[in-house]
Design a protein around this ligand. Sequence first.
Ligand code: SIN
Ligand code: MN
Length: 205
Amino acid sequence: MELAPGAVHLPRYLTPDRQRSLVDECRALVDGPVPAYVPVVRGGGRMHVRMLCLGRHWNGRLYAYEPTRADHDGLPAPPLPPAFRALAGEIAGAAGMALDADLCILNYYDADGRMGLHQDKDESAGSIAAGLPVVSVSLGDRARFLFGGLKRRDPVESVLLESGDAFVFGGPARLRYHGVSCIVPGTAPLELQMTGRFNLTFRQY
Ligand code: SIN
Ligand code: MN
């Protein structure tokens, strides 16, 4: 389902089994030795997600990537698991694009989680110029995902992202504004035994 040139929604891409094992991995990561945390961004606002970056750390105070978490605890970003890299490449391929991911931002949204409209533009100039896609995977509660244009004020489309959905935006859609206006609590598949939502975005720096 192409929302716009380069923007592809793949509903229920992941089988329940794959969702379950990914949720287990996400849980272990966010509560692991390098745990997820609530970033404070430029200007001092706290984000409304718990974040853990894998492969490369995104510093929310600088809007830049770095190897260690200088804005939080100085720990190195955990490596990107090889299976995550493979999954990202598989999904990009299913959307007709190519991606050799080297980083993932894993976010956990509780019932009040959200993310304001923004562009993903902190990856390398070469990656963005090439239109290498961002591959997003959603697990758990449904989210109201907003997908806009290349300017903040452009109209936005609202898409419900459900557990197992993938969403890929690359090529001419790579710099489109997007965000999450709300989570729909209690809508995660029962078999995942979870509250809230994980979202993984895979990128190639
Ligand atoms: C993001 O834009 O980084 C996250 C999108 C989402 O949670 O679906
Ligand atoms: Mn984003």
